[in-house]
Design a protein around this ligand. Structure first.
Ligand code: UD1
Length: 387
């Protein structure tokens, strides 16, 4: 059986690492049922810190093929990926294409695979935010409509797919593959020193850390969604909230996404944040570094999908700076620890104060047990290995 899996952007790497490891383990234990695996990187994320560092940290072998599509508008990214990926499929003819998550390449490679009559498997199927202004929602819907095998992280996702008329035999609840990576890296992360992480990743080397108390509770933040950072009307009040409400109480550690840096500079808001002595801007962090900071953070402010899930397992109170989430299982009303606060500063302020009063609640949804990749490989070998 020949599988070809695709990665493109940062949030994909932690979803593919356990799958690669599980295939390797299977091949060592069952050479008679050998799975050939080709790893394709589309190159959507290309910076060392956004891509290469994750391959190293997570022990992912170098991709067999890199399409080097880079950045661009959505149409450029999708179009260029499809053109390059079609050539790969024509040459390698895998039995299955496996895509993960909801980035532009997930959509582009799904469409291309199906047009080549190649079977398609989607890991992390069935997540729905209901928000069609989110590019990721469009990517999820198209991918799930085309997929032959939809591997879901939770039972809410199963229900979403059923409501859309996906036949039961295509849906398989396997759990959350990201948690495999979290569990595999927990011990290594715990060994890292927070002060080292900060010193090694300072965005502004000249930042004065003299007198900075590394033992104080801190807030941790990430922000990259176009809906939060691309318009000044939204971004500027958020930044004021950070200086006036957060940094005044505790240091704020902010590993910052290239998109947010670009927009802050464009809006002339850079120095307001960079000059604040209690806001520490960091380069995008490695996987274990981020996990380490999350383990001890007093509170998380984020618009990322994956961090909501990691906070849920680690018990870090999480303010999700979005009006909706495709991951409702992480919300307080489902037993999780995340709360949706959108980008309305009044609401964020209220929830921020409440969250600081609340204690840490760890919640492990069903099958978020670190074994998802093994279940996936087992499913493939039981059902399709003689192809
Ligand atoms: C993409 C994904 C999003 C995911 C996020 C995580 C889509 C539609 N969006 O959004 O789902 O949560 O990745 O990071 O696929 N850039 C760099 N260096 C890089 C990568 C990007 O400087 O290595 C710059 C690009 O030039 C661009 C900006 O960052 O200006 C945004 O990159 P892009 O890949 O278009 O989207 P993300 O916002 O990262």
């Amino acid at each position: 059986m020949k599988l070809l899996s695709v990665v493109a952007a940062r949030p994909n790497f932690m979803k593919i690492a356990p799958l690669v490891a599980a295939i390797k383990k299977h091949n060592e234990e069952h050479p008679e049922k050998y799975i050939e695996h080709i790893l394709v990187h589309t190159g959507q994320h290309y910076d060392v810190r956004m891509s290469e560092a994750f391959f190293r940290d997570l022990n992912i072998p170098d991709p067999d093929i890199n399409l080097e599509v880079g950045s661009g508008t959505h149409a450029e990214q999708v179009g260029n990926t499809m053109i390059a990926f079609e050539k790969v499929l024509k040459e390698h003819r895998p039995d299955w294409v496996i895509v993960v998550g909801d980035v532009n390449a997930t959509l582009a490679c799904s469409v291309t695979a199906k047009k080549e009559n190649i079977k398609l498997c989607h890991i992390e199927a069935g997540l729905r935010s209901g928000d069609m202004t989110m590019p990721e929602e469009i990517n999820r819907l198209v991918t799930d409509r085309l997929a032959d095998l939809l591997l879901t992280p939770d039972r809410i996702a199963n229900e979403n797919l059923r409501k859309e008329g996906v036949p039961e035999e295509k849906i398989k609840f396997v759990g959350n593959i990201m948690i495999d990576t979290l569990e595999a890296n927990r011990d290594k992360a715990a060994e890292l020193k927070i002060s080292d992480i900060i010193r090694n990743n300072l965005l502004n080397d000249a930042k004065d850390l003299n007198g900075f108390d590394f033992t104080r509770p801190y807030a941790l933040m990430t922000l990259h969604r176009p809906s939060n950072v691309d318009s000044r009307e939204v971004f500027e009040p958020l930044l004021h909230f950070l200086t006036q409400d957060v940094a005044i109480r505790m240091p704020l550690l902010w590993p910052i996404h290239p998109r947010a840096v670009k927009m802050m500079k464009e809006f002339g808001l850079w120095s307001m944040i960079d000059d604040n002595k209690d806001i520490v801007l960091l380069h995008p962090l490695g996987y274990q570094e981020m996990l380490r900071l999350n383990m001890d953070a007093r509170i998380m402010l984020t618009d990322s999908g994956g961090l909501q899930e990691e906070c849920c397992i680690l018990g870090t109170p999480c303010l999700t700076l979005r009006w909706n989430t495709e991951r409702p299982i992480t919300l307080r009303e489902q037993g999780g620890i995340s709360v949706l606060v959108g980008n309305n500063v009044e609401l964020i302020r209220k929830e921020y104060r409440d969250a600081l009063k609340s204690s840490s609640i760890k919640n492990r949804p069903e099958l978020w047990d670190g074994q998802t990749s093994l279940r996936i490989v087992d499913f493939f070998t039981r059902n399709f290995v003689n192809q």
